[in-house]
Design a binder for this molecule. Sequence first.
Ligand SMILES: [Zn+2]
Ligand SMILES: [Zn+2]
Ligand SMILES: [Zn+2]
Ligand SMILES: [Zn+2]
Length: 357
Amino acid sequence: MAFSSSSLLRLDHIAGKGKGLVAAQSLKAGQVILRESPLIIYSSSPLISTSSPSSLFPYCDHCFRTLPTNTIPCPSCSYHHFCSHKCFSTAFNTFHSSLVCHALSHLKDSESLQQQPYERQVQARFVVAAYNLAIISPSGIHAFLSLHGTPDDTIVEAAKFLHSLISPLFPPSVNISVDLTAQLLAKDRINSFCLMNPYSPDGPQRSIKAYAIYPKASMFNHDCIPNACRFDYVDSADLDDEHNNTDMVIRMIQDLPEGREVCISYFRISRDYCTRKRILMDDYGFSCECDRCKIEANWPHDCQNYVEEYSDLPHVRFIAKYVCDRKNCNGTLAPKDDAHTNVLECNFCGNLKSDTA
Ligand SMILES: [Zn+2]
Ligand SMILES: [Zn+2]
Ligand SMILES: [Zn+2]
Ligand SMILES: [Zn+2]
């Protein structure tokens, strides 16, 4: 996967981390450094068969915006719904091809899948999406397989079950073995990005409506004090025709000189040390050696008042400035664009805030 088309970033070796993306020229706070469409995108809803309309997935199965009152059901499966004819016709040529439609329809009536936990049902959606990608975009599946991720025993077990269930639903030309299915699942686990349900100040906690793979964005390493962060505009109504609303946008939080690594945070940055440590080890398989973790590793175990107590530390000041303080949000703020760096935008609730500091 070349970054040569963009002169902003280059893939380089990072000491202690393997590969990572570094600034190929000096980057400005607020600057968009990557915009990318998903290679694979799939719903987080389980594949259960239900007749209750209120339990229908409330989002378009292509663009993942909230469905309008008059939805366009897929004429073949009538189970997946789209917000417009345009979304349906695009989906029919990509993520809801006739093969996907057929496979998902079959799986939703599969008794052996019904008995599986929720997580396995979502993995089934992913495997369908990946087998479909192998047909519609051989170069896409190749790019996907070049990402990080090695199967463990749990994934190998999942792959055996899902391959035997799903491969008969696809033509033999797909030609994806159990081993390759395990590879795909392992790469999905550490590289998928979550698309969240819209922000609501009083609503339930943040929850996930879809998972998506953005191969270039996957190459950013993690830092608990990132210098860039991701935005999506899935629920945005005003979007120009050039861009898909499911595109991922990576924008600089702060200026960065040429040659320095660009990092994002793999989760919201307000999380405490123990939670970060657990997520990074369980989900991504590494322990973080960033400046913030080195300091916080020595903090008392449940240090809730660190903001007051350690308010002079650079990373505590960073969190005070760049974490959204709206109720129930905890998103990350970044300058809205590189011309107006005093206006910060929240990557979760979309709130704009002036940077008075
Ligand atoms: Zn749509
Ligand atoms: Zn369908
Ligand atoms: Zn860290
Ligand atoms: Zn916010």
